[in-house]
Design a protein around this ligand. Sequence first.
Ligand code: ADA
Length: 593
Amino acid sequence: TTALTGEWRFGFDAAFGDVTAPLDPRAIATPFTAHVPSAFDVASPGERGRRGTAFYRTTLPLPPHHRGRLHFAACAFYCRVFLDSLELGDHRAGGYVPFWLDVPPAAAAARELLVLADNRFNASTAPTHTGGDFYMYGGLTRAVTLHDLGAPSRGAYFDFVGAAPINASAVRLRVALRAARALERVGVAFDGGRAPTSFVVAHGRGELELAVPCAQLWSVGAPRLHTLTATLHNGDAVTVRFGLRVLSVDEGGGIRLNGAPLQLKGVNRHTMSPASGSALTLAEVRRDVALLVELGANYVRGAHYPQDQAFLELCDEAGLLVWEEALGPQVTLADMRSPAFMAAQLQQLDEMVLASYSHPSVIIHAFFNEGPSDDPAACFAYNASARAIRALVAPSHRLVTWASSAKEKDVCLGAADVLSFNDYPGWYTASIGQVRATWAAHAAWAKAHFASKPFLISETGGGGIFEWRNASAPKWSQEYQEALVRADVQAALGLWPQVAGISIWQFSDIKADDGATAACGSCVYSTPYDAATPMNCSYISASCWRPGGENHKGLLDFWRRKKLAFHAVKALFAQNDSMLAADEHAAGHIELL
Ligand code: ADA
């Protein structure tokens, strides 16, 4: 495996015509260089926010006559991949989900790879980029890797290897092969060689339940991991890391992890930073995970798209639980009725679930953030999406939900394992004083209608501008946000177990969508945002939408500076942890007596 990380030749055309039309890759100019991975609309060479067609070119280090496979961890939005004059394939399922392309063998020693990446909104080339209230970056934003599969005579190779826990001591191994004979023997061993065994895979696909030797449970407090290595006779081998943990829902709609009641405490997080856009460096991802741990969160919703695998690996190690969802924010009924959209949606779900299959951290898969679920005509798309996820994962592995803005008017909830509502009392509606009553009413409705399904607060919160401190706590000041978020968290924790958990909107401030600054109306704020320039925030009116083109509901600002709300949430989560620990202690004491 070779990571194609580094400087690639690069070109950009803001007015490129039909991106799907036949093209001669050798005629494409790439006069600049760009680092891969990176977002071309944030980093050099580039312009912040530009939209158009980018071209990336590099030499493919694949020996003559070898087959290969290219893995794109993300290519945004629409992508086409060419090798010399041959088109290997394109990808329309969305710019945040990994995909593979096969590379046929050739005699040439040096082969040239050209990638087209278009970041323009377009219902046919990028149907799952349905808009949404965040900036969508373009380009090769996550790693590109080449797998050398040797000469075709070498035979079969792994297409997929995944390990899903069945119980505290066994996994379901799922493998898919390519170029396979009718029967292929697959060797399996755990943790670098333990309990070696083998089984026969017919027609390239197989599933097997296996006891894990020296099984150790994965949990939030003790995230112990195992590895499984699958091998073929020709030496092709894949190692995956997994965790033994069992998810369940009790009769009262409580979520359980390894049989113990689970209260989800966390935030929504966008994969975004001012320096890297959506192409966070590993150092930035590590810093975010460290901040989540410092906050005392046990849970994070990856809003609003499939997650960076590097982030999920760190969550596996840190014992952080994850909600991972497909891209498709504010999707409409018209989107759902488009066959191109639904095909891309189902492909994206498959790609997301398979890419994240072995991560113990991922407990929820979701789709359609704030979609039209108040319309019975939309339920077919909810049902089809839920079915696509359930075809790949069992409920003890992943639960299915979506963040509903329809809430009590949602008519598709039958298809969900978990009810998840987005609401912003004290920000868009009502007042801080009404926060608890608002959530109590939502939870009561959920319990009255779906007693056995968990109820989550998937989004809530409000804006606070880092630079604006004001003791009288007007809207947009850090003080207002602190008071509001405190009320949100107190409501969620106080309403447990009717409220199974909360993800505050949001971890850090983000760049909002293309039109955000214009939509800010009368607000006066420096644009583009410049951290070094103090802001006169008294100009921010309560009705302002996205001052400075940013969504300021982060507990941290865009640069990860802690706001008052961060400290408040951290204290509330810690207090709750010690209360729970005291309860458990007391319960244990009674049992002993
Ligand atoms: C919505 C949406 C989020 C964000 C949030 C907000 O619920 O799901 O992406 O835009 O509101 O800040 O208003």
